[in-house]
Design a protein around this ligand. Structure first.
Ligand SMILES: Cc1cc2nc3c(=O)[nH]c(=O)nc-3n(C[C@H](O)[C@H](O)[C@H](O)COP(=O)(O)OP(=O)(O)OC[C@H]3O[C@@H](n4cnc5c(N)ncnc54)[C@H](O)[C@@H]3O)c2cc1C
Length: 288
């Protein structure tokens, strides 16, 4: 059983790991490469930088620092977190049980620029299979995405009795395992429907593919998707709702950095990571 699993290797996740480690825990940090920092050409407004660094340099320094302190780092994608008293973290590298979890996956809810997606959100377009699968039992639905997260969502729908097709929207299917579910790789031109989703039009097809639900699952599972799957509350902006100890509405589940909303800056992510790390230390010690 792990004491704390930290999901995210950016400023918030690494800071959480450093404080949890210094607080006496043996954290496991799981990340899937750089997040927002990969896009930052130049960071010069963070404390202690005598010359600007690229976002990637800062990211690599953070991970090296964590490794130097003996923090265990696993490169994998977290697909789902479940459990009641303790948490079960499902990843592309296996499953782990843990007493507490810190979500630090940055801010991301990838919305595809496809006609009909924004307009039909909440009326057939969903971002969470586990939340909404039930409504589509016995119906046809499509999952939009080409990586393991999309496959995971499609399998969940299929297990719930939904007839599901995966649409990769012109991208190659990059699943790490085989699937019997139908996969269509054509470009998606539009999500059809006026009041509710009725289908999806693919390039080269005259008739839309029949689908009453479209589940968007682009890229990785983000914190908001995972938190929502777990039943944690989100705020009105769709970020994870946290208190001043970075605790979510689920005991033992914390969130820090961009995924908690507010100022999207390294300094704020590092601060919140530190608070979340210390909160996890107190929680794990109380649970002993
Ligand atoms: C173009 C640009 C320029 C910027 N410039 C500045 C600047 O000059 N100064 C400044 O202070 N800030 C800047 N920022 C903002 C800064 O990069 C972010 O605020 C900061 O990186 C947030 O840290 P974080 O740890 O919350 O998230 P991120 O840095 O986004 O890290 C998220 C981590 O979560 C991991 N992850 C996500 N999903 C999964 C999953 N399913 N499984 C496992 N791991 C997962 C990712 O792999 C990554 O390691 C900039 C951002 C951008 C985009």
């Amino acid at each position: 059983m792990e004491q704390v699993i930290i999901m995210g290797g950016g400023p918030a996740g690494v800071s959480a790991a450093l404080y949890a480690r210094r607080g006496g825990l043996d954290p496991l940090l799981i990340h899937h490469g750089p997040g927002a920092l990969a896009k930052a050409e130049c960071i010069e407004n963070y404390y202690g930088l005598e010359r600007p660094l690229t976002g990637l340099e800062l990211y690599e320094r953070g991970l090296s620092q964590a490794k130097a302190l003996g923090i265990r780092i696993l490169e994998a994608e977290v697909l789902e977190i479940g459990g009641f008293d303790t948490f079960e973290v499902k990843t592309t590298a296996g499953d782990f049980e843990t007493v507490s979890v810190i979500l630090a996956t940055g801010s991301k809810r990838l919305t595809p620029d496809i006609k009909g997606v924004k307009e039909l959100e909440g009326r057939g377009v969903s971002y969470c299979a586990i939340c909404d699968a039930f409504f589509y039992r016995g119906k046809q639905a499509a999952v939009l995405g080409n990586a393991d997260f999309a496959l995971h969502e499609a399998e969940l729908l299929s297990q719930t009795g939904v007839g599901v097709t995966i649409l990769t929207d012109g991208k190659p299917a990059e699943f790490s395992r085989k699937t019997d579910l139908p996969v269509l790789t054509g470009k998606v031109l539009s999500v059809e429907g006026t009041e509710k989703v009725t289908g999806v039009l693919l390039e080269g097809s005259e008739e839309p593919l029949l689908a009453e639900g479209i589940f968007v699952a682009l890229g990785n599972a983000g914190s908001a998707e995972i938190a929502r799957q777990m039943g944690a509350e989100l705020n009105e902006k769709g970020n994870i709702k946290v208190d001043d100890q970075m605790s979510s509405t689920i005991p033992g589940l914390y969130a820090a950095g961009d995924c908690a909303g507010g100022l999207l800056q390294v300094a704020k992510a590092v601060h919140e990571g530190a608070v979340a790390g210390l909160s996890a230390v107190k929680y794990v010690k109380r649970k002993k």
